[in-house]
Design a protein around this ligand. Sequence first.
Ligand code: HXC
Ligand code: NAP
Length: 282
Amino acid sequence: MFQTGLLKDRAIAITGGGTGLGRAMALRLADLGAGVLLVGRRQGPLEETAAEIRKRGGRAAWATADVRDFAAVEQAFDLGGTELGSLDSLINNAAGNFLARTENLSPNAFAAVVGIVLQGSFHCTLALGRRWISERRPGHVLNILTTYAASGSPYVVPSASAKAGVLALTRSLSVEWARYRIRVNAIAPGPFPTEGAWSRLVPSAVAEQAWLQQHPMRRFGRQEELADLAAFLLSDHAQYINGECVTIDGGMSACGSGGFSHLLGAPDEFWESLESQRRRSS
Ligand code: HXC
Ligand code: NAP
């Protein structure tokens, strides 16, 4: 099914499309014929990814926006529509996350992550959903969650709370908007090495090894594996899939180790060193 032209004539907005998994999905979807709009806060990664897509013969546009700002999101989608034609799909991929003991979090730390993940996904979905409904056009929303959206996880409480909210958004809207021919689905990835996630969530090679040891396949995900799943879910081959959350983690959450419980045994010194590293770098 992954033939050139699978996503011909499609126009897909991807938040956080300049780095990591967003970038991998953008490259794959563009290779399959879609025009992609990359949205994020920093111009550099967006520009670089768009240039790479164009170099490979694909169609790409980019717009800077903070997904916490609804007006900025609307502007970004206006620009994408002008450059690529009407957007027909959205991947809510932008996220914020970090490892922390919850009792040490400030209210603003919680708000920053929930603002990006939950409110940001809502803003983007509302902005495009309204357009599709008023223009009577079908649409597709794909939300990138994590396996701990369903289970919860220690040490990433803002992220777990926000992703659980996006899972509820996925299921709720898939029902409410089915009558408008808008499908809403999600992917729940386990660990996939990216600079953004690893720099914030994997503090050392020892922690990485501990995580890997809990994995039934003894390996993390490959970005192209997730990109192919996204391409399938957005394609016409998946027209009857709606309200679904597909886990892609090599069986890790099935063996009860989707989150950061491996850190429960970490001594206070581990957390103190993490906190002092952060104080030094801020
Ligand atoms: C505790 C922290 C913190 C940390 C920031 N804060 N980092 N608190 N521990 N490590 C607090 C700050 O002190 C501040 O609170 C508040 O959070 C907002 O911080 P800012 O830096 O002003 O916010 P902002 O610039 O908006 O940055 C957002 C961010 C940052 C979430 C903090 O990390 C970010 O931009 N992340 C984007 C990319 C990312 O996180 N990628 C990883 C995705 S991986 P005060 O009270 O001081 O004002 C993922 C799932 C992986 O999501 C799952 C694997 C299985
Ligand atoms: P990443 O590279 O750090 O991706 C996060 C992206 O979100 C960045 O491009 C960032 O760009 C963008 N972003 C952050 N805050 C934003 C904001 N306020 N407005 C607009 N864009 C914003 O990390 P990743 O690993 O690829 O993560 C991608 C997605 O996969 C996330 O939803 C994450 O939760 C999920 N996930 C990842 C893993 C993993 O192991 N990697 C596992 C499970 C789930 P700017 O900073 O330029 O804005």
